[in-house]
Design a protein around this ligand. Structure first.
Ligand code: PLP
Length: 321
C-alpha cells in the first residue's frame, strides 16, 4: 500500500530540539522536524505533495507530468527529480521569458530531463490560474512542445491540489506517532497553504497547525486552505490558523536588512540552514510571536523544516557568513 510507504518515510524525519535563545528565553521549547534532511533531491514538503500526484499520474497511464513555477521553484526542482526516479517525462512551464542564463534551479531541472517551456507572464498567469480547463491547457502544451509528450498529467502550480494535501496529511499522522501527543502546536510555512491544510487534517483535532504566509497579499489563501482542509477532514472546528505579516516584502529577491541580519544570526547560533523564501520567514515570524508572548511558557512547539535549501544559491552574495 503506497500510503504505508509514505508513512514509513515520514516516521524517519528527525525531531531535533533547537537551542534558540531568542525563543527559549520565553519558556518555549522548539523541536525542528527535519523533513529537509530526508531526501537529497525531493526536499522537504515536496516529497509529500508529489507522492499521490505521481501515483495518480501512473494510474491514469500518463507518460508526462507537467506543472508550473518560477525560475527558482522548489516544486519544479523536485518534480524533475521525481519524474526521473519514476520513469516519467516532466515538463516545466516557467513564468517569464527565457533568460540568457538559466537559474541553477532550472539547470538542475533540465539536467534531470525536464523540458522547459517559457511563458510570458500574462499568459502564464491566465493559464496557471485556469487549470479547470485542463483539456485546453494540455492541447496547448502539445502544440508548444518540440518533443512527443504522450499522455499528460497536469499538476497545478506549487502542487496545490487535494493529492498534494493528502500527502502532507501523513506528516501530521507521523508527528503524532513520534511525539506521542507531547506537543501543542506545529508551525509550517505557507505558499499555497496545501501543506498546512493537509498536515492539520492529519494531526489530532486538539493540536493546532500554524501556517506562516510568505506572500504579501494573502488573496484567496485562507479560502483555499479551508476548502482543501474540508476535502480531507469533516471536523467542525478546524485546527489550523494562518499567520500573516511576516513575509518580509513577499517573494522579493533582495531581502530587507533586518531579515538578512536575522538569517545570519539564526544560522550562526543554531547551525540550522534556512531557505530565503519560506523557512527564513517562518522562523522570523516565530521569533516575533514569541517576543509578543503569543505562547504560554512551557509550550512545546514543533517547527517543520520544509526544505528548499537549493534556493540559497540565488542569494549567494547576501549570505557571506
Ligand atoms: C513549496 C514550499 C513551501 C510551501 O508549501 P505550500 O504547500 O505551497 O504552502 C514551504 N516551504 C518550502 C521550503 C517550500 O519549498
Amino acid at each position: 500500500m503506497p500510503e504505508a510507504e509514505l508513512y514509513a518515510y515520514a516516521l524517519r524525519a528527525a525531531l531535533e530540539p533547537l537551542a534558540w535563545p531568542l525563543v527559549n528565553q520565553h519558556g518555549i521549547e522548539v523541536i525542528v522536524r527535519r523533513d529537509d534532511r530526508l531526501d537529497q533531491e525531493l526536499s522537504g514538503n515536496k516529497f509529500y505533495k508529489l507522492f499521490f500526484n505521481i501515483q495518480a499520474a501512473k494510474a491514469a497511464g500518463a507518460t508526462t507530468i507537467a506543472s508550473y513555477g518560477g525560475a527558482w521553484s522548489n516544486h519544479l526542482h523536485a518534480l524533475a527529480a521525481a519524474g526521473k526516479r519514476h520513469g516519467l517525462k516532466t515538463l516545466g512551464i516557467i513564468r517569464g521569458e527565457r533568460p540568457e542564463k538559466l537559474s541553477p534551479t532550472l539547470v538542475d531541472a533540465s539536467a534531470q530531463g525536464m523540458t522547459l517551456i517559457f511563458q510570458p507572464r500574462s499568459r502564464y498567469l491566465q493559464e496557471a490560474g485556469q487549470l479547470e480547463d485542463k483539456a485546453a491547457v494540455i492541447s496547448a502544451l502539445h502544440a508548444q512542445s518540440d518533443s512527443e509528450l504522450g499522455k499528460v498529467f497536469l499538476i497545478p502550480e506549487g502542487g496545490a491540489n487535494v493529492e498534494g494535501a493528502h500527502g502532507a496529511q501523513v506528516i501530521g499522522y507521523a508527528l503524532e506517532q513520534q511525539l506521542h501527543g507531547d506537543y501543542q502546536q506545529v508551525c509550517v510555512p505557507c505558499g499555497t497553504g496545501t501543506t498546512l491544510a493537509g498536515m492539520a487534517a492529519g494531526l489530532p483535532g486538539n493540536k493546532i497547525a500554524l501556517g506562516f504566509s510568505v506572500l504579501k497579499g494573502a488573496g484567496n489563501l485562507g479560502a483555499n486552505i479551508a476548502a482543501t482542509y474540508r476535502a480531507l477532514s469533516d471536523r467542525p472546528a478546524p485546527n489550523w490558523r494562518l499567520v500573516s505579516g511576516y513575509h518580509g516584502g513577499g517573494y522579493a529577491r533582495k531581502l530587507p536588512d533586518y531579515l538578512r541580519g536575522f538569517w545570519r544570526e539564526f544560522e550562526l547560533q543554531t547551525g540550522v540552514q534556512l531557505d530565503p523564501v519560506y523557512t527564513l520567514k517562518m522562523f522570523w515570524g516565530i521569533a516575533q510571536l514569541a517576543h509578543q508572548n503569543y505562547w504560554q511558557r512551557g509550550t512545546r512547539l514543533v517547527v517543520v523544516h520544509t526544505g528548499g535549501l537549493q534556493g540559497r544559491r540565488g542569494f549567494k552574495q547576501q549570505i557571506d557568513w
